[in-house]
Design a protein around this ligand. Structure first.
Ligand code: ZN
Length: 464
């Protein structure tokens, strides 16, 4: 550190300084930083000396009292917070916040006797600058995976960040988090949440919390909306290392965030019975399961598609959803989540979505390209009058979504020639009227929407 601590000698000896510069020499009790006139002060056995080699730092106002001391070479500690990403075989930065304390000492004090608390924002790259007031020389803090849209913890809520400390102006601090999987999930959630908000024109009113195990034996990821005493929370996401890193991590983290967005931003509700204990993207399930999981699949590939190329083989990507590869021959797409995702994707994607297999170029197989806000509008602002009484205001199947998007119940009686039954025969409840969203996007076309669902859910006809 600087020669600042040499001043402790003043406790017993009155040290006088002779400062010599171009304007001549003068005697001072300490030293006069104004003599530096914008240049840095260098300290040594006989310092300080005026130097032209280092810029002096801008000081933002002097503290009251005796502690402000120009011999503190910097008011910043800079550094990085990183996690290890096995998919990259490298350490990479993670965002978050550091709850820290600046330490300083007043004149004549031997130990730190000045403390002030600061919050430091860490960028997505992991870079941070901790700034302390004049006269403070040491910074120490705890890094939390706390962001604007989400917070992440280790398993069962354990602290997953790290500690950061160092002398201001010293070499950059480098800190590694304790839970790599939590850090990876957190960075992805923080990166893509604002993109989702922008595309759908809606946002959650509260942060979502991730609890991420760092145990590689854990393999399930899920969104869980817990209810207690009759009231339900806004949900949590549970994750694990297998669903945190690489392309599978991008898909999984944003899929789960898609559930939280569907519920927290668009007002969907989920029945725990809808999917049973497991669900697969290319399996037939129920209207309710295929709708909620299909929405999350669509959300993941549309929002995080720039990171999804299908490597390794088997990752669910925008390219594969666009190709509707998860609707197997003869299956009913209204109860198959991959097909529901394909239909929703076709409603919004345009040639500017880079959904080719190499993610380098755009492609689209249909002429529809409604804004994501239309999807939000259909989900949030539609009601269906039930035959026999009652009203549906929260959609739970792609059949209801179709009626709302078309603002028509004509499809209720549309017969699937392959079965001889109505396309949406899975629903036994009939509706007598639909009140769809009052706003429709430019180019809105009932016949185009109908052609898209018939093709994506039943492989009938062709895309518009
Ligand atoms: Zn899901």
């Amino acid at each position: 550190m600087s020669g600042r601590h040499g001043l402790v000698a003043e406790l017993t000896f009155a040290t006088l300084w002779i400062l010599v510069d171009e304007t001549g020499g003068r005697i001072t009790e300490g030293y006069d930083p104004s003599a530096a006139n914008g240049r840095a002060l260098m300290f040594g056995a006989y310092g300080p000396f005026v130097s032209t080699a280092l810029p002096i730092r801008e000081r933002s106002g002097r503290r009251g009292g005796p502690s402000a001391d120009a011999s503190v070479p910097s008011t910043l500690l800079e550094g990085y917070v990183k996690y290890y990403d096995p998919s990259l075989s490298a350490y990479t930065g993670v965002t978050g916040r550091i709850s820290g304390t600046c330490y300083g000492r007043s004149e004549y004090a031997i130990d730190y006797d000045l403390f002030t608390n600061v919050i430091v924002y860490v960028m997505e790259s992991g870079y941070f600058q901790a700034e302390c007031p004049d006269g403070y020389e040491y910074f120490s803090g705890v890094h939390y995976l706390t962001g604007t849209y989400s917070d992440a913890y280790g398993k069962n809520g354990a602290q997953a960040g790290t500690t950061v400390s160092g002398y201001l102006g010293g070499s950059a601090a480098l800190a590694y988090v304790t839970n790599d999987a939590a850090a990876s999930a957190f960075n992805k959630a923080e990166h893509y949440a604002p993109i989702a908000n922008s595309r759908f024109g809606q946002s959650r009113s509260s942060k979502i919390t991730y609890w991420v195990s760092n145990d590689v034996a854990d393999s399930t990821s899920y969104y869980w909306r817990f209810c207690y005493g009759g009231s339900c929370g806004d949900g949590m996401i549970y994750g694990n290392p297998q669903g945190a890193f690489g392309e599978l991590g991008y898909f999984t983290v944003i899929h789960e965030y898609g559930h939280a967005f569907h519920r927290g931003a668009l007002g969907a509700t989920y029945s725990s019975a809808a999917c049973g204990s497991e669900h697969y993207i290319d399996d037939e399930s129920t209207l309710q399961c295929a709708y909620r999981e299909g929405f999350a699949d669509f959300f993941a590939v549309w929002i995080a598609g720039d990171q999804l190329t299908g490597t390794p083989t088997g990752i669910i990507t925008d390219y594969r959803i666009e190709g509707n590869v998860y609707l197997l021959t003869g299956q009913n797409g209204s109860i198959t989540e991959g097909a529901v995702a394909a239909f929703l994707y076709d409603l919004v994607d345009t040639s500017s979505d880079p959904n080719s297999a190499n993610n380098q170029s755009g492609s689209t197989d249909d002429s529809i390209g409604y804004p994501g806000s239309y999807i939000s509008d259909v989900i949030m602002n539609c009601s269906l009058a039930k035959s026999g009484g009652g009203t549906v205001t929260i959609l739970d199947g792609i059949d209801q979504f179709v009626y709302c998007a078309e603002r028509s119940l004509d499809d209720q009686s549309l017969v699937n020639s392959a079965t001889g039954n109505p396309y949406f025969a899975e629903r036994t409840q009939a509706y007598t009227s639909v009140s769809g969203p009052s706003n429709t996007p430019s180019g809105w076309s009932v016949s185009n929407i109908r052609a898209a669902w018939k093709y994506d859910l039943f492989k009938h006809g062709s895309l518009p």
